[in-house]
Design a protein around this ligand. Sequence first.
Ligand SMILES: Cc1cc2nc3c(=O)[nH]c(=O)nc-3n(C[C@H](O)[C@H](O)[C@H](O)COP(=O)(O)OP(=O)(O)OC[C@H]3O[C@@H](n4cnc5c(N)ncnc54)[C@H](O)[C@@H]3O)c2cc1C
Length: 222
Amino acid sequence: VEAVRFESRILGSSRETGEVRTIKLEVPPGFHFTPGQWVMLNFEDDPKTSRAYSIASSPLETGAIEVTLSRVGDFSERLFRLGTGGTIVVRGPYGKWIWRDDVTKAALVSGGSGVGPFRSMIRYALGKKLPVALSLFYALDHTGEVIYEKELAEFEKAGVKVRILKTAPTADSLAAELPDAADTDFFLCGPTKLVAELTEGLAAQGVPRAKIHFEKWGDYQL
Ligand SMILES: Cc1cc2nc3c(=O)[nH]c(=O)nc-3n(C[C@H](O)[C@H](O)[C@H](O)COP(=O)(O)OP(=O)(O)OC[C@H]3O[C@@H](n4cnc5c(N)ncnc54)[C@H](O)[C@@H]3O)c2cc1C
């Protein structure tokens, strides 16, 4: 799908935790994406400053997308404060780190707001009733607050294995929870160092590299 550029209106903004919000952005008819993809946002008065945000809603929901953001610096602070009715320039979708409908066992591993794209993948897989065994390993950030708390409980009721972790996962801890790790597709997302360590650790455990799919968000600690 070709990336497009448009001005979007904020249709809603909701609190996830003290430092995390989910905002709903209007998209034009025909805007398509695959779970895992992201959009580039910039404020109209500052076209040179843009930041990437993963889409956290399902492509089965049309007319709007949602992104979940942590308040960590100038841009995210401004986005955090942008209320309903505000506008922002959107470009996208971008990214090759994407969900695949033919995956049968998936382990989704993230920390902090890195859980956003997994909400998109899980909502989509459940909505489409895909025959896939889903496990979500979600490490809390330093605040210890849970993003999507209610929805994660619903995912669990729908058959998703949900593990909320107080510390960052290791390849060993993941393998211990997944008897058939070598036959599982891993989707990793979050701080660069965590993603790099997990990738190497999983490969050392015998997970084929072709089954390790990752997206690095930058240099930060959870
Ligand atoms: C492909 C991609 C997708 C991304 N999707 C999301 C998303 O869905 N939600 C989101 O909140 N961020 C996401 N990010 C990070 C986002 O693009 C910005 O880097 C982030 O919002 C910080 O920008 P800033 O100007 O507020 O702070 P800056 O001054 O640019 O950064 C401040 C510090 O925060 C760190 N940081 C960046 N992202 C995070 C984070 N999520 N949690 C904690 N610390 C962080 C930076 O590495 C830096 O050390 C994504 C990044 C990439 C590359």
